[in-house]
Design a protein around this ligand. Sequence first.
Ligand code: SAM
Length: 260
Amino acid sequence: MTWRSNFVFRFDGVSAVIEFTSRSNRILRIDDDHIIVFDDFRNVDLKEKADLIFADPPFGINFRGNLATYNRIPDATSYVEVSREEYPKFIRELAEWCYRNLKPNGSMWLISGWNNLRYVLDAVEDAGFIQLNHVIWKYQFGVFTRRRFVTSHYHLLLLVKDEENYTFNKPEHYPEDVWIIKRPYHRGEKTAGNELPDDLVERCVKTSSNEGDFVVDPVLGSGTTMRVCLKLNRRCLGIEINSHLERRIREKLGMDAEPK
Ligand SMILES: C[S@@+](CC[C@H](N)C(=O)[O-])C[C@H]1O[C@@H](n2cnc3c(N)ncnc32)[C@H](O)[C@@H]1O
């Protein structure tokens, strides 16, 4: 495969410019303000820094039960996992990338399971982030277990660079840090592994950004963050390593199927 190094993509929209460099030339441009690049986030550099980064990375668990969904060979409905051994380095590189590509008054939402949470917490602190909240997302239908409790929550870390200067649009008068949000059913639909509910992503995006702000998701998956940003009038750049997911992304965004 030949890679174009330091290729600069520049989209001049009416309201904004999204400019970045990437080693990949696989780009899905929805409009001037909404772009997806299929690449490893570590190969992408942003010219404009983000107001908000939303990241739901692989959890670094060697899934045994559901290899059809969680495997290391990318296809149209899978995502690229990171092995347990690689995880501490991977999550450190993600935290550092996000810190580097965030505005001084920006915020980040980072999702983690509990298994590797210790690496995540160390990585964000070491990168320079300040932890504002540690939200628990309680969902329904964890995987059945015999000799331990069923896991039915994820951790959502709200991180900032500057405790005195960040966006916080309080969603209600008394917003607690345990959120009960259902996962959607996708009856008959071929989904990508671990798609988040729009409601969850919406709550994060609304709280930590304003209309016209620039949101980045460096591990986009099926495009949930992009769909939410289109709905809420945020500009958005998504980065996803598995270009086969374009089919699912197009479907979720209501676009025509990928041209053959
Ligand atoms: C948990 S999924 C994200 C799911 C997403 N929030 C959604 O609702 O569909 C994590 C994604 O990160 C992608 N990924 C893994 N390593 C990556 C990397 N180095 N750069 C960019 N994306 C990566 C995986 O292929 C996967 O699609």
